[in-house]
Design a protein around this ligand. Sequence first.
Ligand SMILES: Nc1ncnc2c1ncn2[C@@H]1O[C@H](COP(=O)(O)OP(=O)(O)O)[C@@H](O)[C@H]1O
Ligand SMILES: [Mg+2]
Ligand SMILES: [Zn+2]
Length: 364
Amino acid sequence: MIYRKYRPKNFNEIYGQDLIIKILKSFLKNINFLPQGYIFTGQRGTGKTSTARIFAKALNCLALEENNYEPCNNCQNCQAINENKFLDIIELDAASNRGIDEIRNLKENIGFRPIQGKYKIFIIDEAHMLTKEAFNALLKILEEPPKHTIFILATTEPEKIPTTVLSRLQRFDFKRISLIDITKKLKKIAEKENVQITEGALYLIAEESEGALRDAETLFERIILSLNPIKIINEEHIEQFLGKVSSNKILNFLKLIINKKFEESIKEIHNIYNNGYDLIIFNRSLIKILRDLLVLKIYPLWKNQLLKEYNQELIEEILDLANKLELEDVKKLIKVFSESEILLKKDPPLITLPLEIAIAELIL
Ligand SMILES: Nc1ncnc2c1ncn2[C@@H]1O[C@H](COP(=O)(O)OP(=O)(O)O)[C@@H](O)[C@H]1O
Ligand SMILES: [Mg+2]
Ligand SMILES: [Zn+2]
């Protein structure tokens, strides 16, 4: 599995969480004031577990790098940790029964000092699944944690953690990973795996994974497996694999309409349909870009938001369109394509008809 193979082993391999890493390193620097409880929150696949493991490793590393506080990955402790054989890092999964029992028994276990390392570290995954008793047990421990014992909770649903527990923890909110960062990591993996794939294709994979790096890596793996004999994977291959039209194509379609190219826009709709794409999804993607145009007209700083979703080239084109169009034009486009979406969902006698009506209404 690619996502296991490429799990970060150092802080500098974690993408998109710079501020969090900076603060964790400052704790490593001022080790005498090390907090003993942490909670990592955020969407799945953003690096919570990976960061917890690296932090735990740094705390137990025998040769922590002096200025940048990276674990050495070489000493006996780092090696044991990388091989999952280190006795003082205990990972509990609160989603499983075993996890809950273990938390109940924590009090007994925890009296022990670290065996192999400097710190005993409990990483509790899916922490929101803990039972009430488990939370109570945990709270008692957190009120007076034994020396050299660290707790790191990870959860996608922080609102389910009791505030009494939260108040004892240092909270870190992991962000969705930007398209640029996801693409960067995929590019590295592609190089290492000797996969030839265009940058545009990587962007499409990143776009699909909604800020979760693990999802991007898993999708990437599925795609290279299923497209195996293909020499160079490009955007078209990805579009076909996903059944989705790229933002690039959607923007081109919009331009056809804006430039009043009636015949070409109709042809494009048929093209898209004949190539097996879902017109409802196409229509929705269209509305999504129009909505970006609308917000841009009213609030130009929306540009920063776009950085997370589109590549630079595409953003330039979107901005260009936003300049060319009047607010009223954008509103009209949204109105017409909202209507075609409704018609598409009603299963029309001719599936392309709703979009043909939209084109006619906008151009003629
Ligand atoms: N911020 C990130 N930087 C680099 N890789 C990441 C990042 N987040 C997730 N990954 C990739 O996804 C996999 C799962 O990440 P993980 O840390 O378990 O996420 P989480 O615990 O937030 O669900 C990792 O093995 C890694 O390959
Ligand atoms: Mg995790
Ligand atoms: Zn080490």
